[in-house]
Write a protein that binds this ligand. Structure first.
Ligand code: HEM
Length: 382
């Protein structure tokens, strides 16, 4: 009896030793796996020079040597592109497990886009400063006459300032999103910068609608005066009077202004559409259709873009168009303010000096007043 008990005790004892051993192996394995997962990179670094090739492809099965009937390339393609049609959750976008293009987008946004964008804007500012230093203010050749003519009515000026003020707010808050962390964060500190950027984001989102309204108003009011014609080519050939002396003839808007107008209208539409697509994510897909149309013209672009790719392209496009517009508008603000004597009044009071009108918009002035658009010296008004 005692022998039987001793036997049973020793076999129980043996079993508990065995369980302890199995448990110890399991713990060691778990710790080892955790260690290799977290310290994988260290391990890689430590094996520098050693053969660290990944294990052989699993020969048509899923990676990790597990069983499966999908090829490795197909498997990873589906992980990257999304398992369209096979995901049962309502939000099919979540079928994309790894979105490789996101890394490209991040690299482009924080790399060349930010860098070349800042160069472009700084180059325009430097050129304008240089032009001002060399040429000075463009004066009214025949001096201020003291008599004025009406150039823009109240509605014109409302449309202009609605667009201008909203554009400037959009530009400042938008540039803060792109460059604020480099320029303002070190000066303001994280709390202030976060509060400012948060407020800026709301300003950007809501003011966008005022800008869109301004664009529509400007188009309706001024498109009839901005249709390009042959006279614009002559104006451009003379550089608007910079080359060859004299002021080339112009109607209500000269060729330079027509260019500004169309940049504002077309750029404004484009920046608004891409902005709406950013404001209401995944509601639009502009790029797949555009790329498909371009492919019909011989391009070779991906036309079956995932929703997230659409968003990323929208963001890049929105920024590119906005920065080009800012560069153009910087030049416009210069010429409409300090760059040219008498210009600001057109959008200030709405009335301009007669000599300014005769020199810069001779045909418009002649039509408006019935008087000759020629300058006081008898030379064609510039
Ligand atoms: C402080 C900023 C600005 C100033 C001082 C300014 C000044 C002016 C002036 C004086 C005119 C009338 C030119 C003339 O009589 O021939 C004008 C026209 C115009 N402005 Fe502005 N502007 C400013 C900002 C903007 C902005 C931000 C936009 C659009 C985003 C804009 C778009 C236009 C357009 C499309 C015209 C008509 C075409 C032209 O004259 O170039 N302006 N502006």
């Amino acid at each position: 009896m005692r022998g039987t008990i001793r036997q049973a005790t020793s076999s129980r004892c043996g079993r508990s030793w065995l369980s302890a051993l199995v448990l110890a192996i399991l713990v060691a394995l778990t710790l080892g796996l955790g260690e290799s997962a977290s310290g994988g990179l260290d391990a890689l670094a430590a094996t520098e020079g050693a053969d660290v090739r990944p294990p052989e492809a699993s020969g048509g099965n899923v990676p990790g040597q597990a069983l499966g009937n999908t090829s490795d390339s197909q498997f990873w393609r589906e992980i990257r592109r999304g398992m369209e049609g096979t995901v049962s959750i309502p939000d099919k976008k979540l079928g994309v497990l790894i979105q490789s293009e996101g890394e490209n987008w991040r690299a482009i946004r924080n790399g060349p886009l930010s860098l070349y964008g800042s160069w472009l804007m700084l180059a325009v500012i430097a050129l304008l400063a240089l032009f001002f230093a060399l040429r000075g203010r463009v004066k009214i050749d025949h001096g201020v006459s003291g008599r004025t003519v009406q150039r823009f009515g109240l509605v014109d000026r409302f449309a202009h300032w609605l667009t201008a003020v909203s554009f400037i707010l959009l530009a400042l808050t938008g540039l803060n999103v792109l460059y604020g962390r480099y320029v303002l964060l070190p000066v303001l500190g994280p709390e202030m910068f976060a509060a400012l950027t948060q407020a800026g984001k709301y300003v950007h989102n809501f003011i966008a609608f005022a800008f869109m309204l301004g664009i529509v108003l400007m188009f309706v009011l001024w498109v009839k005066d901005n249709v390009p014609n042959g006279r614009d080519l002559k104006w451009l050939a003379k550089g608007g009077g910079l080359f060859g002396g004299g002021h080339p003839e112009a109607e209500k808007f000269n060729a330079g202004q027509k260019i500004i107008f169309w940049v504002v209208i077309l750029g404004g539409i484009s920046v608004s559409l891409s902005g709406l697509a950013l404001l209401f994510p995944y509601s639009f897909s502009f790029f797949s259709g555009t790329f498909a149309a371009l492919n019909m013209l011989g391009a070779d672009l991906p036309s079956n873009l995932a929703p997230l790719q659409e968003q990323q392209l929208n963001q890049i496009w929105h920024t590119v168009v906005a920065i080009v517009m800012i560069a153009v508008i910087l030049a416009h603000i210069y010429i409409g303010s300090i760059g040219m004597q008498g210009a600001f009044d057109a959008m200030g009071t709405g009335r301009v000096d007669e000599n300014w009108a005769r020199e810069h918009h001779s045909i418009w002035y002649a039509r408006l007043t019935g008087r000759s658009g020629r300058g006081a010296s008898g030379q064609a008004a510039e």
